[in-house]
Design a protein around this ligand. Structure first.
Ligand SMILES: [Zn+2]
Length: 263
């Protein structure tokens, strides 16, 4: 009897391994209706006066949309941390992002660890950055990404940020702020990206920009479309479903309602 249980257990483990191997292939293959798979490239910590411009030029050439999680103090003449020409350039780049259909989003004012700050500071960091973005683009900011990511995003931070939606990224990270190996980073992105993923990079490094372009060119060959976080996260909203500010969004698969809420 015991031997039978053992065989059954081994069979179930084998089945789980086989299914988990096939699942990504299934997701990657297309979603059956001929809908192109989509991926949202996101760039944090900018705008950077040199590299962000290069990035925007390359995105325009590829007809690709992206999302920029910008740091407020890079857009504020009163921050005292950057030269006036850098701020002017940054503001010009943010205006261009909005004009060209990219999403401009909030990455705090001073790039501080929000969960380790006071409630008042979190409120200030988010509101001040939203005001700066509105002043430059005329648009309200709907999305925020806390510096450091999901591990440091306490529920109370999301409460303060609401109705903004908290966006992190998929299960892998190129750590492009540390890694300068373009081939390695392109490989990581291309091999691990599936329909509905959010890719994290930083527009402060030339290597990150080059990585984004090369990964996009390969993914485009596979049929991918490059969309903003706004478009990706809203692929399943409507008909009584909406995004939930109390959740953290790292992916959005076609037909996934698990992190949406009923209106
Ligand atoms: Zn950051």
């Amino acid at each position: 009897m015991r031997k039978v249980y053992l065989i059954e257990t081994i069979f179930i483990i084998w089945l789980v391994i086989v299914l988990s191997l096939f699942f990504p292939v299934y997701v990657k293959a297309d979603n059956g209706e001929g809908i192109k798979p989509m991926v949202a490239f996101t760039f944090d910590d900018g705008p950077n006066p040199i590299y962000t411009k290069k990035l925007l030029d390359g995105l325009a050439e590829r007809d690709a949309k992206a999302t920029f999680f910008v740091v407020g103090e890079r857009l504020d003449y009163k921050s005292g941390k950057y030269e006036d020409w850098e701020i002017a350039k940054g503001r010009e780049l943010v205006a261009r992002m909005a004009r060209e259909g990219h999403t401009v989003a909030n990455h705090s004012y001073s790039h501080c660890w929000l969960s380790k700050s006071t409630h008042e500071k979190v409120d200030y960091e988010l509101k001040k950055t939203n005001e700066l973005i509105k002043e430059i683009t005329g648009q309200e900011t709907k999305y925020m990404r806390p510096p450091g990511g999901s591990a440091l995003t306490a529920p109370w931070v999301r409460n303060i940020a609401a109705p903004m939606i908290t966006v992190c990224w998929g299960y892998y990270d190129t750590r492009d702020w540390q890694c300068r190996n373009i081939d390695k980073m392109v490989k990581t992105i291309v091999e691990n990206t599936f329909d509905g993923d959010i890719v994290l990079l930083h527009d402060n490094y030339e290597t990150s920009i080059e990585t984004a372009f090369r990964a996009m060119d390969i993914l485009k060959e596979k049929g991918y479309r490059f969309v903003t976080v706004d478009e990706l996260l809203n692929r399943n909203t409507g008909n009584g479903w909406e995004l939930d500010p109390s959740r953290i969004y790292c992916t959005m698969r076609e037909g996934d309602y698990s992190r949406l809420k009923k209106v």
